[in-house]
Design a protein around this ligand. Sequence first.
Ligand SMILES: [Zn+2]
Length: 454
Amino acid sequence: MDRPDLIIRSSRVVTPEDIRPASVHIRDGVIAALGEWDEIVPPVSLTDAGDAVVMPGLVDSHVHVNEPGRTRWEGFATATRAAAAGGVTTLVDMPLNSIPPTTTEAGFQEKLAAARGQCFIDTAFWGGVVPGNTSELNPLLDAGVRGFKCFLIHSGVDEFPHVGEENLREAMPELKKRGSVLLVHAELPEPIEKAAEELKGENPRDYNTFLKSRPRESENKAVELMIRLCRASGARVHIVHHSSSDVLPLLKAAREEGLPLTVETCPHYLTFAAEEIPDGATHFKCCPPVRERENRERLWEALKMGVIDMVVSDHSPCTADLKLMERGDFLEAWGGIAALQFTLPVIWTEAQNRGFGLQEISRWMSEAPAKLAGLDKRKGKIAVGFDADMIIFEPEKQFKVVPEIIEFKNKITPYAGMNLRGVVEATYVRGIKVYENGRFFGDAAGNLLTKNYD
Ligand SMILES: [Zn+2]
């Protein structure tokens, strides 16, 4: 065995096969070998994690960094610091809310220029499909986006317009040719417009009013449409932030049919319940909405069955004024939940209560999102040949979410005040320690993942 630069060992190392005592040998930022716990080649730099868990860093494929253009909402420096503190070693930035959006090759170059030199972790990028930009899709792929996001309903920002079936029938064959993936915000406008008519005069501070304004039918119909288009085009489709449990049997059938379809959900849908959200608590607002308790439990069931593949943050912050906290108006407030730093302890706390272990978490939060973004030859696993993106995690320790520990820019989050299980002690990106116990190390040395990453 060639001499490693660093060995990290623990009595609990999470690999795709098991959790076991092992030593992870790292050379040039890559996992060179997985040895027995006592297989140490002196002289070497050894980090002994004791009984703390060593597991793959998270790959968060759904983050809105919002820079350039809406840098008051978030930015590459703050987002990637929050990510590192939360055990995320790779994030994939969404194409909207930044100005310009990543819907043209020129827009992508502006984003790369903004990101360069600011990222504490490795960072990749999604492009966007909007009406009329089909000719930009190939140049965007050539420049290194990992795939594309689109909306079927107003996106919340005017510079990223939503697409209709006609636009998708044009774009999806292009994506199919390149083996690329289309990420879809799956809500259709008609049921929401109808609901708005019926809700006139109801109290906008009541969470139930908001819940009724984004009915399940809107998601159900959108998923039906995307299954049809996936079948017709053969292009890979990924449903982002899935919430409605009604349509899980349909998704299951589509998977069984062999369609190239994947599904994500988010920590808020797996944690909160509509029945418990206080009046006026607009920091819980996101679209599609957090639904009823019974819906939440069916999402957990779908994760267990493999109908939902992954859990990612959909970190989508904004400035405090846009949340209209004083008025508490759910219908007018910005929709988006900030949580990037807390997804692992949130999911670990909830998952443990339901009998899941760290291997499942690793599959949902590292392996599956890495695969979605085409990073799965180097990211998402502790295995020989993979980047040494790892965290030291104390699953039995607890902490409270207080503003002082929040690293993302705007400290408004529905997890505030919660006691969570699981503390990220240290985060390594390609074998370099970037974070340990509240401290950050070195320059922002994260790579921008724009090349083929094999
Ligand atoms: Zn999003």
